[in-house]
Ligand binder design. Sequence first.
Ligand code: ATP
Length: 487
Amino acid sequence: MKDNIVILSYNLKQLSYLNMNIFDNNKIFKLIAEVSDENNFETYVIGGYVRDIFLERKSKDIDILTIGNGIDLAKKVADKLGLKKVAVFKNFGTAQLKYKDLEIEFVGARKESYRKNSRKPMVENGTLEDDQNRRDFTINALAIGLNKENAGQLVDPFKGEEDIKSKIIRTPSDPLVTFSDDPLRMLRAIRFASQLKFKIEGSTFKGICEMKERISIISQERITDELNKILLSEKPSTGFKLLDKAGLLELIFPQLTLLKGVETKEGIWHKDNFIHTLKVVDNIAKTTDNLWLRWAALLHDIAKPATKKFIKNQGWTFHGHEFFGAKMIPAIFKSLKLPLNEKMKYVQKMVLLHLRPIVLAEEIVTDSAIRRLLFDAGNEIDDLMKLCDADITSKNPEKVKKYLTNFQIVRQKLKEVEEKDAIRNWQPPISGDIILQTFNIKPGKEVGIIKNAIREAILDGLINNNYEEAFNFMLNKGSELGLQPKR
Ligand code: ATP
């Protein structure tokens, strides 16, 4: 079996421009090959993992195809590895093993045929060729043999290797049929273009444009999955522009397309907020992999169309778009089936606060304004500043420089005030319990009034953020409300 691995490496090394050791995962392939030969399974590595070898992308998902029963092969491999757990999906005829940080999926080769109203095909057992025919793109249809007699040999019926070299996404068969059968493939094509920086071949893209309405049979979860992947790509604007160009964006994310367009009145125009938003998303993608900060960038101006006004002698305004935008987030998250939890609240907070740091760059700004921002943003202050930097999209380099410098000034002020007052993770120095005990009162509205007053006094700088000053302030406030401390 040792020979096998040598052949595998050797043959793959011959694949022209490959210079990376694809057998980073050598051991596991060797073992699968061994088990296959011992038990007469004809076995291949197939799909995304093979594509990623050529792209020199590290992948942790391995798809193993066998001509026969994938579940049986998975169980035999698991035995050999001493793994107790095999996740079997009988309905799909697949089984999955987790080995170290790898997820290995085993499947029997199959042939698929589709009905009009579902992306779930009718499935029957098939050959390697049948299985490659059912794959979405030429670059995803590559297979490498694992058995002794064909170890390391590439089976590439649709010239996928060439397409990888030329960075092209193309369906192996008629694009109209491919996309009509499973319309999710339209989003996958665009997502791969964005992720891999590939071009979608002409007739393939035309097929997407023609079949776009078919997206209606795809579940929201699958659509949002692809949107997330586009957002996480290096330059997400590529994906969103393609979605827009194909006419899909309007169908799956209409709020974004409303940002499009420029209007001019009395010789005054406003920028195209769609282009601006995509630039902000590209900018933020350079500084963070946090999916939710990227969502915040995508949605930061989402209420601009709803708040747009032309005011004589003043021009275009989008007054309050940050408040309306924050209010729109729950409905957008719900319709996209994004999580309605603290991630959503985080995005809301970013949208709501995204204009606040701008005014803080002015010289006359008070410590109180800085404290209030620290209080409102809390631990998210650094992310908010990242969003502000990303929001600068002027084409004038002088302006960009000036704004970036302004935000550096804001950062400095935030740092100084935070060092002095420790507001960022503010916990009230006087708890509700202390108020109740001090005045010997029952829970009621007075406690809330006193707590708020203490917080405001600290944020306004009337008292410092410590127990003693807050306690004295509480006594005074209590007396204003007719409360006396108990003796
Ligand atoms: P990623 O892991 O980034 O999503 P991938 O290509 O590995 O990329 P998977 O969803 O893991 O994607 O799919 C593995 C393989 O299964 C693909 O490479 C492709 O050959 C095939 N495949 C996946 N989805 C489809 C589909 N909708 N239609 C046809 N083939 C598909």
